[in-house]
Design a protein around this ligand. Structure first.
Ligand SMILES: [Zn+2]
Length: 126
């Protein structure tokens, strides 16, 4: 486990996050393929804001349970809260994810060479 410093491009959002970068997630859903973020999920308490969360804008779409935080000045998305399972998914045993999805491309001094990319087929979801 390592503490990483992260920010948007302009610095209006700065944060630190504890994570073990053993993989990243790349999603082909309608927003993921446009954004090309590489995501690593962490528990809620692993993310510590160094600037107010209110510096960011929130984009909600589809089921409106995900919260995509992005910087209104530079447009970068440093992290998001993933969508919650649908009623059908909960009945099928899927547990809600309580935490943050960090865009690891916003972390300083991270070398992504050799880190496995897990392809998420979100296009089937939306
Ligand atoms: Zn910014």
């Amino acid at each position: 486990m390592k503490t990483h410093q992260g920010s948007c491009h302009c610095g209006a959002c700065r944060f630190e996050v504890d994570l073990d970068l053993d993989h990243v997630r790349s999603c082909n859903c309608s927003i993921g393929r446009r954004r090309a973020a590489l995501i690593h999920r962490v528990p809620k308490e692993a993310l510590r804001m160094l600037t107010p969360l209110e510096n960011l804008s929130v984009y909600e779409w589809h089921t409106k349970t995900a919260r995509d935080y992005f910087c209104p000045s530079c447009g970068i998305l440093p992290f998001r809260i993933p969508s919650q399972p649908t009623a059908d998914e909960i009945r099928a045993g899927k547990l809600p994810f309580e935490g943050w999805a960090i865009n690891v491309l916003c972390l300083a001094n991270v070398d992504l060479a050799g880190i496995p990319v897990v392809r998420i087929n979100g296009a089937d979801l939306r």
